[in-house]
Design a protein around this ligand. Structure first.
Ligand SMILES: *Cc1c(COP(=O)(O)O)cnc(C)c1O
Length: 490
């Protein structure tokens, strides 16, 4: 399969190169030149999650043989997941697709469990000699999922930076206790933006690249612009759809609505790709929190990042630059890269661009903090089901959609994190008194919901804090060089 850049149709890479490079050399994102078409839905009904993953990912990344892809998928979706890769909470009108049964209890596991294996195999097939060095800046979820995904994967090395006071207590415990022989977790005295800018600078610095290359490493990126993260996310939409058909909630080939809580526009774009390749979809419902840049864009055609970032109870969606939107623009511009380039230049220069949009199959709305609380409480009261704040953004937006228009279409809602990962907001929404000790909150929630605390979270308290290093922002480059080369910067 050939991939182009969103900024240059003549720039071509195969899937191996696209996965390893992450970002295209011209700064654009890799997009498939031609979308594969899936077999008819009825022919996929009997596939296990792994079989479907191998089939779908293999149809996009066809430079891997079927045997290679089967092996990669088996490594990715094996022991680190529970007995189910994903789970479905299906009601008669809607279903929550629980995407949080991986090692870190958030949906980023779905892609970051497989990306390391795709990268390593791609490197081998291209005859790359160096090991892969992953640098990541995280505000919580991505870093932990990357650490778990790359943990002890031969041929890889991971360094994660997080803002010392910018992650939740549970996220801190998750990262500080991370085991693995090929990784480092480092706190910086700064915010997430500084961490991200620092990582980008190191990444782009030719001198540092040279130094680490001599030590046998090549940088690669695990963030959500990598096509190797996007494609594995297509699988669960198709799998859930088939499961709903098997459960008799929908008839095969019926169209469904898909609601996605959105930050970087990655998860919802995967649903769009599923649709383009054959999943029957009626409406895509985009859900934002108070940082509603995308809702404004989809309702007015004006993308404007010039506003304050609001810290919400759904922190993984606190984003003003939705990087994956660039792919969507390319597709709706019918591959007119001039338009895409113009928009991205304007975004860089002024923080704003306008787009002429006419999309019938998209609906966009957002949820405030109060909406989120109401949604959590209402779902608990009406259906005795507890969701996390990110998923509550989606559920609240679904309710707003139904207020705006009548639509009896069956609805799939992407449930992106375990409520146990964000107990504070969940307990507050349910009017349950919180404890001084944050870990105790988990037990309160367990009492109320009757659902067991995920084991990996329950044991966090007692686990050894392995990583306790804190550095200044301007020490990031030195630290990376030291870790990868064993030397200090010269
Ligand atoms: C990352 C994340 C999101 C947003 O997904 P995007 O692909 O960035 O739109 C939503 N919920 C949770 C829990 C996340 O970690």
């Amino acid at each position: 399969m050939i991939f182009n850049s969103t900024r240059d149709k003549d720039l071509k890479a195969n899937s191996l190169e696209a996965i390893l490079q992450g970002l295209a050399p011209d700064g654009g994102l890799f997009i498939p030149k031609n979308f594969p078409s899936f077999k008819p839905m009825e022919d996929l009904l009997d596939y296990s999650y792994q079989d479907l993953a191998s089939y779908i990912i293999g149809s996009y990344f066809d430079e891997f043989s079927k045997e290679e892809m089967d092996e990669i998928v088996a490594k990715a979706y094996g022991d680190t997941f529970g007995d189910k890769i994903i789970d479905l909470k299906a009601f008669d009108d809607l279903a929550f697709i629980e995407l949080f049964h991986g090692p870190t209890q958030a949906f980023k596991d779905m892609a970051l469990s497989i990306l390391p294996h795709l990268m390593v195999k791609a490197g081998q097939k291209l005859g790359q000699k160096e090991d892969i060095a992953i640098l990541a800046a995280t505000s919580g979820d991505t870093g932990k999922a990357a650490l778990e995904g790359f943990k002890d994967v031969d041929g890889t090395r991971v360094i994660v930076f997080y803002p010392k006071d910018g992650v939740s207590h549970i996220q801190y415990l998750q990262m500080a206790s991370q085991e693995g022989t090929n990784l480092d977790v480092i706190a910086i005295k700064g915010n997430f933006d500084q961490a991200q800018t620092g990582v980008k600078k190191i990444f782009m610095d030719p001198k540092i690249r040279d130094q680490v290359s001599q030590a046998g490493y090549r940088f690669s990126s695990a963030n959500s612009i990598n096509i190797g993260r996007l494609v594995p996310q297509i699988v669960y939409y198709v799998y859930s759809y088939l499961d709903l058909a098997k459960k008799g909630k929908i008839k095969i080939n019926d169209r469904v609505n898909i609601v996605v809580p959105t930050g970087n526009f990655g998860n919802i774009l995967a649903a769009v790709y599923a649709y383009v390749s054959g999943l029957p979809v009626n409406k895509f419902i985009l859900a934002s929190n108070d940082n509603k840049v995308l809702v404004d864009f989809f309702t007015t055609g004006k993308y404007d990042k010039n506003r304050d970032l609001i810290l919400t109870s759904s922190p993984s969606m606190d984003i003003l630059v939705s990087s994956n939107l660039e792919r969507f623009l390319y597709h709706i511009a019918e591959e007119d890269t001039v338009q895409v380039n113009n928009a991205m230049d304007k975004l860089d220069r002024d923080g704003v661009y306008r787009w002429f949009l006419l999309l019938d199959n998209f609906y966009a709305n957002y949820a405030t903090e109060e909406d989120i609380s109401k949604a959590i409480k209402k779902l608990d009261q009406d259906r005795e089901y507890i969701i996390d704040p990110h998923t509550a953004v989606a559920y609240s937006t679904h309710l707003k959609y139904l207020e705006d228009q009548e639509d009896g279409t069956y609805t799939m809602i992407a449930s992106t994190a375990s409520p146990y990962k964000f107990p504070t907001k969940v307990l507050d929404s349910l009017n349950i008194e919180r404890q001084e000790d944050k870990m105790k909150d988990l037990y309160k929630l367990e009492d109320h919901s009757g659902i067991k605390i995920p084991e990996s979270l329950a044991k966090l308290e007692d686990e050894k804090k392995i990583h306790d290093k804190t550095i200044e922002v301007d020490q990031m480059a030195d630290t990376v060089i030291h870790i990868l080369t064993g030397r200090d910067e010269d």
